[in-house]
Structure formats: C-alpha cells, structure tokens
Design a protein around this ligand. Structure first.
Ligand code: GLU
Length: 310
C-alpha cells in the first residue's frame, strides 16, 4: 500500500467517526431517502493509478456536477458565443436564486448556478432535440469514464420535474428576457435528466481526467488545453455557489458540487478526485465531502496555491 492509498483509507475511516454530517437535500424526494452514513472517495492519478475508499463504487445522483459536463458540451457546440447569454462571475447567492436575474437582464452570473445551467441546456437544444441532447450527455460521460454502465435515474428526473417550481420560475423568467429561447418544459426536462445522472465516485473521478490532464482523457484529446484551463478557473470561482470563496480558501482546487452530496475536484496535472457524502451544509455542498478534500490537500499539498518548483 503506497502513501496515497493509506491517506485515502485513513480519511474514509475518519469520516465514519464524524457526528455532524449535515442534512440531505429534501426538496427532491428520492435524494431525501439516501442514508446519511454513506461516504465514498476516489482518487485517479495522472499516471492512471486509482485509489478508492468507502462507498466509492455506489452510484449517487451527481446533480449539479453535471453542469461541468453540460458546459463542456455547449462550449464544444457554440464556442465563446455561449458567453453572450451567461456570465463568468461568482454569484455570491444560492444555487437556485432568482434575485440577480432582474437587475442583470436575465443573464445568469455563471454556468454553475441553476439559472446558468438552464441557459447552457437551452443552447444545446438550439441544435439538438431533447432526446438527442440527453443521449449526447450520456455518451459523453460514459466515454470520459470508460464505463458503459453509467445511466440516468429516471425516478430522480421525474421527481425533479414534479417539484422543480423554482427552476420553472427561473426558466420562465429568463424566457421573458430571451436568454432562454426554446420551450421551457423541454429545456427543463433535459436539464433534470442531466442532473439525474447516477455515477459512483470512481466513475466521476475517471470522468474528470480531462480537466486534470489539460483536456486529454486517457491519452485522447477531449477539449483544448486552453478550454480545460478555463473550465477549471470557473470551477474554482463558481463551483460551490455562495460557498465558492470558502472552498477555494480551505481546499484550493477547482471543484464542483451537487446537492446529491458529490464533489468533483481537480488537481491539475496531478489527480482527479471525487467524494460523496449526502449530508449538505447550508449552501447545499457536501459537508463531509469538503472536510475530506480539505484533509486530502493538507496531507498531499495538492492545492493549486501551494508553491511548486519550476
Ligand atoms: N437538480 C438540482 C436543482 O436543479 C441541482 C441543484 C444542485 O445540485 O445544486 O435544483
């Protein structure tokens, strides 16, 4: 057992002992049913070595982590034109907030809050039917992870459709400004299916390799180096809603969280890391997931702000 697998195993052990685990997202009923004691972690190194611990092979709802993959696909489809309809600044407000949209003319602050991801989905639907866009997303994450078994949890997608009143409000509001251009229900249905992707920590960390390795995954070019760098920058500044500054302060890695309790974090050139624990903090980010990543960077020195020899 090398050092890193000892570190990952130790962190998973420590997480089992933590008493205050946050609260599960209860506004999407199937997510409320996930046991709070779950914890998984997977670290995929640049050389392909994989270290896992805890429930690393159990699939969970990746929720907003899908916003990273949707952004990647939309940039591939329309390039920088995307930025005419969505910004690149941290929002400082909740993931599902509507307040900024009125003063900012229906243009969401960034692609990683719900409003932004709904616009990104609308952009994808400018060229594809919903079924094609969902198929493209599924093929993309399967290819990235090298795992054909990845699927969408239809129960979660249906529950989101039933309870997605806020997302419906956001989408309709942006439709009035023309930032969303397609049929609101079709855009939301597609967005909910992206959020309902079910993946394990191992699959997610494998899927994140292209962001760790300058746009390449397992030796294959997925996106340009420049685009990978830019997506990482957005994950660092906007990946954790109104908790993004604190995540950068404590962990110092580009990361994206989801209300299913997962976090994908990237140490460029070093490792792609996924953690999962369903209990969330007040901002909707996994409480233990953040704690585990903080311990990982403390023990490995992987923060991008760590001085490195050149
Ligand atoms: N599907 C969730 C929603 O739209 C995603 C939120 C999240 O993971 O932050 O409310």
């Amino acid at each position: 057992m090398n050092d890193l697998s000892a570190i990952v195993t130790a962190i998973a052990g420590e997480m089992r002992e933590v008493g205050s685990r946050g609260t599960v997202a209860d506004y999407i009923p199937p997510l409320a049913a996930v046991p709070l004691d779950k914890f998984g972690m997977a670290v995929v190194m640049a050389d392909g070595e994989v270290h896992v611990a805890g429930d690393a092979d159990e699939a969970f709802s990746i929720q907003s982590i899908s916003k990273v993959f949707a952004l990647t696909l939309a940039l591939g489809a329309v390039g920088d034109q995307l930025w005419e309809r969505v910004g690149r600044e941290p929002s400082g407000s909740a993931f599902n907030s509507i307040v900024q949209l009125e003063t900012e003319h229906g243009i969401p602050r960034n692609p990683f809050i719900n409003a932004g991801a709904i616009v990104v989905t609308d952009v994808l639907l400018g060229r594809l039917q919903p079924r094609e866009a969902i198929g493209q997303m599924l093929r993309f994450v399967r290819e990235l992870a090298g795992d054909e078994s990845i699927a969408i949890d239809e129960t979660v997608a249906a529950a989101e459709r039933e309870t997605g009143f806020r997302n419906r409000a956001l989408a309709n509001y942006m439709r009035a400004f023309g930032t969303v251009r397609g049929d609101v229900e079709l855009v939301l249905g597609t967005y909910f299916h992206f959020c309902a992707l079910a993946m394990s920590c191992r699959q997610l960390a494998l899927a994140g390799r292209y962001l760790m390795d300058g746009g390449r995954s397992d030796g294959h070019r997925i996106i340009s180096e420049k685009r990978a760098r830019r997506i990482n920058a957005l994950m660092m500044s906007c990946g954790h809603y109104d908790n993004s500054g604190d995540f950068a302060y404590r962990i110092g890695l580009p990361g994206k969280s989801g209300v299913g309790g997962g976090i994908l974090a990237v140490a460029p050139g070093i490792a792609s890391v996924a953690v999962w624990s369903p209990g969330l903090n007040e901002s909707g980010n996994s409480r233990l997931g953040q704690m585990a990543l903080e311990r990982l960077v403390q023990r490995t020195g992987w923060s991008v702000f760590e001085p490195r020899a050149i």
